[in-house]
Design a protein around this ligand. Structure first.
Ligand code: FE2
Ligand code: FE2
Length: 258
């Protein structure tokens, strides 16, 4: 089974790249299953019902979110009906939405979940490690795919080692910068610290750069306008999992710029 996982899709540039490159990558690699991070798809902040359906129309099977889950208030209107939308699993009990979904592909059950890191994230969160232990105990699945949404590389790497051999794929999101450390860990887990962003290349992690530079120079607050001009990127990872052994047999880093 060939799985494509797409990093944070940012605003209209990100949507354009999804429309253009998902069909190409799908054909090139014979992709069977797609996971995409949609926390920035609506003007850089959150998701709307329209963009959730846009991703499903692009053959995305599961949409993950992150710290911007509630960035667009429209989510409260449709989150209970969005069957394949996943927000962080380690939000406190009672938070709207779900932290994982189990989807059947042919005879294989695939559980996609997301945890959010607690280092430098400034959010009220339960422990991502313990939340995952609980999930693995309670939800039986042939394949587990984890989107670890976090800032600190150390936290993501520690999590990767801790769940090596128990979660088939652990990939990071949130920093919007692709890391060069994709590898299969010693017990078989496909690991990558961050998939990178899908959107404008020349902004500051998706945002129009002049304002951000000014913010760093002056300390004054600025409006975060998405960067919509110039070159764009499509970032993610393709993972090939053997249908019988469930072992990762091959992977390809996706980083396309135009
Ligand atoms: Fe993001
Ligand atoms: Fe994020």
């Amino acid at each position: 089974m060939k799985i494509l996982i797409i990093g944070d899709i940012y605003s209209s540039s990100g949507r354009l790249m999804v429309e253009k490159y998902v069909p190409k990558v799908k054909e090139l690699y014979n992709i069977n299953f797609i996971v995409a991070n949609g926390e920035n798809i609506a003007h850089g902040n959150g998701i709307t019902e329209r963009y959730y359906h846009f991703l499903l129309d692009q053959h995305v099977n599961v949409v993950t979110m992150g710290n911007h889950t509630w960035g667009n208030a429209e989510i409260f209107k449709f989150i209970n009906d969005a069957k394949v939308l996943v927000r962080p699993l380690n939000y406190p009990e009672g938070t709207p939405g779900v932290g994982y979904v189990t989807v059947k592909y042919n005879q294989t059950t695939i559980t996609v979940f997301q945890v959010m890191g607690r280092t430098f994230m400034n959010q009220a969160l339960d422990c991502p490690f313990q939340a995952t232990e609980k999930l693995l105990k309670e939800v039986k699945s042939d394949i587990y795919i984890c989107d670890f949404h976090g800032e600190a590389t150390s936290e993501k790497i520690a999590y990767g080692y801790h769940f090596d051999g128990r979660v088939n794929i652990i990939v990071g999101t949130h920093t919007h910068v692709q890391t060069n450390d994709a590898r299969v860990l010693s017990n078989g887990t496909m690991y990558m610290t961050d998939l990178g962003m899908t959107g404008a290349l020349d902004g500051v992690i998706g945002v129009e750069r002049d304002g951000i530079i000014k913010k760093f120079l002056t300390g004054m607050p600025v409006r975060h306008n998405p960067m919509e001009s110039g070159p764009k990127q499509f970032c993610g990872l393709v993972v090939d999992i053997d249908d019988k052994t469930r072992k990762v047999t091959k992977y390809d880093i996706i980083n396309m710029v135009e």
